[in-house]
Design a binder for this molecule. Structure first.
Ligand SMILES: Cc1cc2nc3c(=O)[nH]c(=O)nc-3n(C[C@H](O)[C@H](O)[C@H](O)COP(=O)(O)O)c2cc1C
Length: 357
């Protein structure tokens, strides 16, 4: 994610894709929490299935379904193909899309096309630029911010918070000092909204509050229960340094599975909207382990505006089943909306979730 220089960055971004597709990177013993919840059945839906309308809004624009393709890649030649395919799917389904960290685009102009291609193939949907918290903490110039936004004609800037990933990354940058102050300067300066997201350890209510006070408009929780980026980086570390130990065995297990589950983040951050009138308009993205339309439906009922997915989308793309996968997820969502009597996504947001017996 956060990129430093040249070949090392390219190697990292390529191996992230490879490890996410083929490595053992799921949390062990920790889940998103969605599986513990179910909707109360409505025996009287009083709507026709054909009436179910998945469209909603995100940051003031209509989108065709409450789903987003999460930030993944860019910055090396093969990434252009991945980004093109993701962009084509986003355009076809009329849903937003994020690109991977753009540090490489700032350091090396040769790979800018691998990001810019997204706008070419997704001319009408919202596209979000992406940069890591360590780069924000170090300080981004106005010119660097302009390069990222202009390359994509971006609808917003995603800043990813990835302390645990950087901690495990062999070449990680673990200096997050001054981040909030520098973030506040950016949110005050740029004309598009800033989204703060984690990458799989989740955002607590306390952290979300600080981010909102710094001017962030959307929180993407990217909670625990999907992919553990600590595990991804531990695989890279072991490839580089063999079995050299950094942590005691019991601590390693806990650190590799560190984070707040996705459903818990949604529950806690939604409460903030009720508690702080100033933040009642903020939007929440549910991500971290989303892999069906049932997860999307539960996300909305827990207060998210939409749900986002990275790894399962990448897997579907790799298996040649990207569009089919998205289509089935949307059908799952239509089924839940019908069975809860929700013709519109707004109605689903008020439906009751119960804890499974
Ligand atoms: C191959 C890959 C590369 C990623 N690179 C980035 C990145 O550059 N910036 C970022 O914010 N998140 C990145 N992510 C994290 C995802 O956007 C997402 O937050 C995380 O994987 C959790 O969602 P998931 O369980 O649906 O995968 C990446 C994910 C994958 C699978």
């Amino acid at each position: 994610m956060s990129d430093r220089t040249g070949n090392r960055t390219i190697e990292r971004k390529q191996s992230h894709v490879d490890i996410c597709l083929h490595g053992e990177v799921a949390f062990s013993g920790k889940t998103t929490g969605f599986e513990k919840l179910e909707f109360e059945h409505n025996a009287l839906p009083e709507i026709a299935f054909s009436e179910v309308d998945l469209s909603t809004t995100f940051l003031g624009r209509k989108i065709n379904a409450p789903l987003m393709i999460s930030s993944m890649t860019g910055g090396y030649s093969e990434a252009a193909t991945l980004n093109q395919r993701l962009a084509e799917a986003a355009e076809r389904f009329g849903i937003p899309l994020g690109v991977g960290s753009m540090r490489q685009a700032l350091e090396n102009s040769s790979y800018r096309e691998s990001f810019a291609i997204v706008r070419k193939y997704a001319p009408s949907v919202q596209i979000f630029a992406n940069i890591g918290a360590p780069e924000v903490a170090k300080g981004l110039t106005d010119n660097e911010i302009a390069i990222m936004l202009d390359l994509l004609e971006a609808d917003g800037l995603i800043v990813h918070l990835n302390a645990a990933q950087e901690l495990f990354q062999p070449e990680g940058n673990t200096d997050f000092s001054h981040f909030l102050d520098r973030l506040a300067i950016i949110t005050a300066k740029i004309s598009v909204p800033v989204i703060a997201k984690e990458v799989g350890c989740g955002i607590s209510a306390a952290a979300a509050l600080k981010l909102l006070e710094a001017g962030v408009k959307v929180i993407d929780v990217a909670g625990a229960g999907g992919i553990s980026w600590q595990k991804v980086e531990e695989i890279r570390y072991t490839r580089e340094f063999g079995q050299e130990k950094r942590f005691s065995l019991p601590a390693l297990d806990e650190l590799l599975n560190w984070g707040v589950p996705t459903a818990q983040c949604l529950f806690d951050i939604s409460e903030l909207k009720n508690k702080y009138p100033d933040f009642s308009e903020i939007e929440i993205i549910a991500s971290g382990g989303i892999h069906s339309g049932i997860d999307i439906a539960k996300s909305l009922a827990l207060g998210a505006q939409l749900a986002a997915s990275a790894r399962y989308i990448l897997k579907a793309l790799h298996e040649g089943a990207l569009e089919e996968t998205i289509e089935t997820w949307l059908n799952d969502l239509r089924a839940v909306m019908f069975l809860t009597g929700s013709a519109k996504t707004e109605e689903l947001r008020c439906k009751r979730l119960i804890i499974k017996p």
